[in-house]
Design a protein. Structure first.
Length: 338
């Protein structure tokens, strides 16, 4: 029995892995490939898996939540792979958490009970060009550069957010860590997927010796990295949420979730993503549940949650005042025309 090709998608928090994955799955579908997907998220709630399931067959998608596949969830990878192999896929795509060590996952895919069934074809690392150039990334340099070192395909994403001349500086920094990887520059995760998938279906597997080519010892620990789920009690204004993140930008590294937003006298459902250099993106996206997942360093979760919940009390009071002013305005207009 031929082994099933596997692609690892890695990259720091907010680099654009899920956007790239969605486009890769679209191209796979066009080419008639039967795909399967494993998504790993640090939080207890699944956002990326939900977004993928909305556009693609949810039965072909497995999620590992509340931990990292290369450490606390390591023991579950064999079970997840077996579940996906039951779908008889032509290829399996694995999206790792933003702080995952792809080398550890690659080693697991080379273990006896897994290697007989699958072969690792590609380790893709996606980086956020804007974040990569910002001093905030210095705190996570060890992780980012190790993800680059392990890759045989690197996608420099979000180049529309940086000056064109700076792309060469990014390329030079990458080459210092990895001289052999293919490097592509992209906007919104758009690369040559057709060529990539053709290569995946025919190239040799990545040898374990290639994965272990780097002798540097990595001691960085993210034990202080905290994941917090914030409930969304009712609709808020975008400006209220944006101010909240501005106030805590020094601690919050990544956030995403679904929020009902007050606008034009009504409410609209949005997917909110906070990533990179204090950048917030809003996209209209329906959801049956509303919540935000925050990832940060040494977060005071109790204080942060308390402050978040106060926003809803403030918003409720503001809405009541606005309704009173509107009612009084109508009454005053009535008095004028009486």
């Amino acid at each position: 029995m031929s082994r099933i090709p596997v692609v690892l998608l890695c990259g720091f928090l907010g680099s654009g892995k899920t956007t790239l994955l969605l486009k890769m799955l679209s191209e796979s579908k066009k080419m008639g490939l039967n795909y399967a997907v494993l998504i790993n998220e640090r939080g207890k709630l699944d956002i990326d898996g939900l977004l993928v399931s909305k556009q693609f067959d949810h039965e072909k998608i497995e999620s590992l939540l509340d931990g990292c596949i290369c450490c606390s969830k390591k023991s579950e990878i064999a079970r997840s792979m077996d579940a996906l192999l039951q779908k008889k896929p032509d290829a399996i795509f694995i999206e790792l958490t933003g702080v995952a060590n792809p080398e550890e996952v690659a080693k697991m895919l080379n273990e006896r009970e897994v290697i007989a069934k699958v072969e690792l074809k590609n380790i893709m690392t996606i980086i956020d060009a804007e974040f990569f150039l910002d001093k905030k990334s210095n705190d996570f340099q060890d992780t980012i550069f190790h993800q680059l070192e392990c890759a045989n395909h690197i996608v420099v994403n979000k180049i529309d957010l940086v000056e064109k001349s700076l792309c060469e500086s990014i390329n030079e920094a990458i080459k210092k860590s990895n001289t052999s990887a293919i490097v592509e520059f992209a906007m919104y995760g758009e690369i040559d997927f057709e060529n990539l998938l053709q290569q995946i279906m025919k190239t040799e597997d990545i040898k374990e010796s290639w994965i272990n080519k780097n002798n540097k010892q990595r001691s960085t620990s993210y034990a202080s990295m905290t994941t917090l789920v914030l409930p969304v009690a009712r609709s808020l204004k975008k400006t209220v949420i944006e101010s909240f993140f501005t106030d805590h930008a020094d601690k919050i590294v990544r956030a995403k979730g679904f929020v009902p937003i007050l606008e034009d006298g009504g409410t609209a459902s949005y997917l909110m993503q906070y990533s990179g250099v204090k950048r917030i993106d809003w996209k209209l996206e329906s959801s049956e549940q509303y919540y935000l997942i925050l990832i940060g360093i040494d977060l005071d979760t109790s204080a942060l949650k308390s402050e978040w919940l106060k926003l809803f009390e403030f918003q409720t009071g503001l809405v009541k005042i606005m309704k009173m002013e509107e009612t009084n305005g109508r009454e005053n207009l009535g008095a004028i025309f009486r």
